[in-house]
Design a binder for this molecule. Structure first.
Ligand code: SAM
Length: 276
């Protein structure tokens, strides 16, 4: 008998209808569904008229459960891995099992669907060219401070998950540590009390529900902070080396520096920078 397949299946993050037709087909057809909270997954399956054998696999028993799941897959059985909500292995158990399958040549197939980070980013109005997903911030204050300090000049949009109990404090701390970044908060996505906040006052956030925090890129990348002609010229050159035509490189450098394209052109050609 050939090896079975591990399907990594995304499930809703609130609205039970946010599940793909392929996810439902997969959950119906596999020999067993590997899940975090069996009661929660049973509710989801029942909502869609699916009866499946459930096997538990959560943060506390993940490593212990892996050998039995691998043995079933090796015998040709298929498994669907789900988490309580969203995409497994995204701030959820799963990566150890996926890795163990990959190490043994067992096929792993994604069945994509909701993830809170992608949903929040998609409605944030913040750039998604470069994104750094950081999951839950460290609980220890020192580690958190260190992480935030390391992100100051990062040109990416940053995404965090946070619990309702800590969301106000973390937003205040991150806003102070990462000045000049636009902030966006998405709460209870796809649920009854779904709400979004732009640059909110931390104290205005309810301390209930589920939250994703998004921080836009720094207003001006650290390297460009002084609008020095040499720095502008270096940035234009770097962008040109990345393959951008000169006009586009000037436009991009100007946007990053908060200057007009003409001002950057003049600076680069040695006529001195002008604001505007
Ligand atoms: N695997 C999930 C995913 O793909 O989004 C994430 C699981 S993680 C344990 C749970 C965290 O995701 C929550 O604490 C919250 O930060 C975020 N989250 C999950 N569902 C959400 C929702 N409906 N609205 C806002 N945030 C949500």
């Amino acid at each position: 008998m050939g090896r079975g397949t591990l399907y990594v299946v995304a499930t809703p993050i609130g609205n039970l209808r946010d599940i793909t037709l392929r996810a439902l087909d997969t959950l119906r057809s596999v020999d067993a569904v590997v899940c975090e909270d069996t009661r929660r997954t049973r509710r989801l399956l029942a909502h869609h008229g699916i009866t499946a054998r459930l096997e538990s696999h959560f943060a506390g028993n993940e490593e212990r459960r892996i050998p039995a799941i691998l043995a079933a897959l090796a015998e040709g059985e298929d498994r669907a891995l789900v988490s309580d909500a969203g995409t497994p292995a995204i701030s959820d158990p799963g990566y150890l099992l996926v890795r163990a399958c990959r190490d043994r040549g067992i096929p792993v197939v994604p069945v994509p669907g909701p993830s809170a980070m992608a949903a929040a980013l998609s409605v944030s109005g913040l750039p998604s060219t470069a994104v750094r997903f950081l999951g839950f911030p460290p609980r220890k204050a020192g580690e958190r401070r260190h992480l935030l300090a390391s992100l100051v000049g990062d040109p990416a949009t940053l995404i965090f998950y946070e619990s309702p109990r800590r969301v106000r404090a973390f937003l205040a701390e991150a806003a102070a540590a990462l000045p000049g970044r636009e902030r966006f908060v998405a709460r209870e996505i796809t649920k009854l009390f779904e709400s979004t906040y732009r640059d909110p006052d931390p104290g205005a956030l309810p301390e209930k529900g589920e939250f994703v925090l998004v921080f836009g890129p720094p207003a001006r990348p650290a390297a460009m902070a002084p609008a020095e002609p040499a720095a502008l010229a270096a940035r234009v050159e770097a962008l040109s080396r990345e393959g951008l035509p000169e006009k586009e490189a000037l436009r991009r450098a100007a946007r990053e520096a908060g200057l007009s394209r003409r001002a950057v052109y003049d600076a680069v050609k040695g006529k001195g920078a002008r604001r505007g």
